[in-house]
Design a protein around this ligand. Structure first.
Ligand code: HEM
Length: 139
C-alpha cells in the first residue's frame, strides 16, 4: 500500500476508534483491558501505576508513533525508548502489546478490515522497532 493511502487508512481508522465506546470503555480503556487479559506479565509491570494518567500519556504517544512513521521524526520516541529500557521491558512484550492494540482496533473500528490492520501494523511495527533497539551499543 503506498504511504499516502496507508496514512489515510490509518488516520480514518484512528479517529473512528477515538470516537467510539465499546462496553462502556473508550479505546484506551479497551486497550489496557485487552493487554492485561493477554499478558499477566505486562500487567505486573503496571502495579501501582496511575492508569488514568497512563491512558492519557499513551494517547499522546500515538501522535509520536504516527510522526515517526509518516514524518520520520523519532526524537520523542527515543526518550520513550529510554524510559522503557530503564524499566527492563523486554522486546517480546511488544509483540503482545501490538496484538492487544490490534484486538482493540478490531473492537472499536466498525470498518476494520485487512487493509486497516495492515496500516496499523505497519505504523506501529516501525515505532516498536525504534523502541526495542538498544540505545547504546555495548563496547
Ligand atoms: C510501542 C509501544 C509502547 C508505547 C507507545 C508506550 C507508551 C508509553 C507511554 C507514553 C508511557 C508514559 C511515559 C511517561 O510517563 O512519560 C509509558 C509508560 C510505561 N509503559 Fe509503555 N509503551 C509501549 C510499550 C510498552 C510495553 C510493551 C510495556 C510492557 C510492560 C510497557 C510498560 C510501561 C510501563 C510499566 C510504564 C510506566 C507506567 C507508570 O508510569 O507507572 N509499555 N508507555
Amino acid at each position: 500500500m503506498p504511504d499516502r493511502l496507508m496514512e489515510r487508512v490509518y488516520d480514518r481508522s484512528y479517529w473512528r476508534c477515538m470516537r467510539s465506546k465499546v462496553e462502556g470503555r473508550d479505546f484506551f480503556g479497551t486497550f489496557y483491558y485487552e493487554l492485561f487479559e493477554l499478558s499477566p506479565e505486562i500487567q505486573g509491570h503496571f502495579v501501582g501505576s496511575d492508569m488514568r494518567r497512563q491512558r492519557r500519556m499513551l494517547r499522546d504517544s500515538f501522535t509520536l508513533i504516527g510522526e515517526h512513521y509518516f514524518a520520520e521524526n523519532a526524537t520523542a520516541l527515543l526518550r520513550l525508548r529510554r524510559l522503557h529500557e530503564e524499566r527492563s521491558i523486554r522486546p517480546h512484550l511488544y509483540v503482545q502489546w501490538l496484538e492487544a492494540l490490534l484486538a482493540s482496533v478490531r473492537k472499536h473500528d466498525p470498518e476494520y478490515d485487512g487493509e486497516t490492520e495492515r496500516a496499523w501494523r505497519t505504523v506501529f511495527e516501525a515505532g516498536i522497532d525504534v523502541m526495542t533497539q538498544p540505545s547504546e551499543v555495548p563496547e
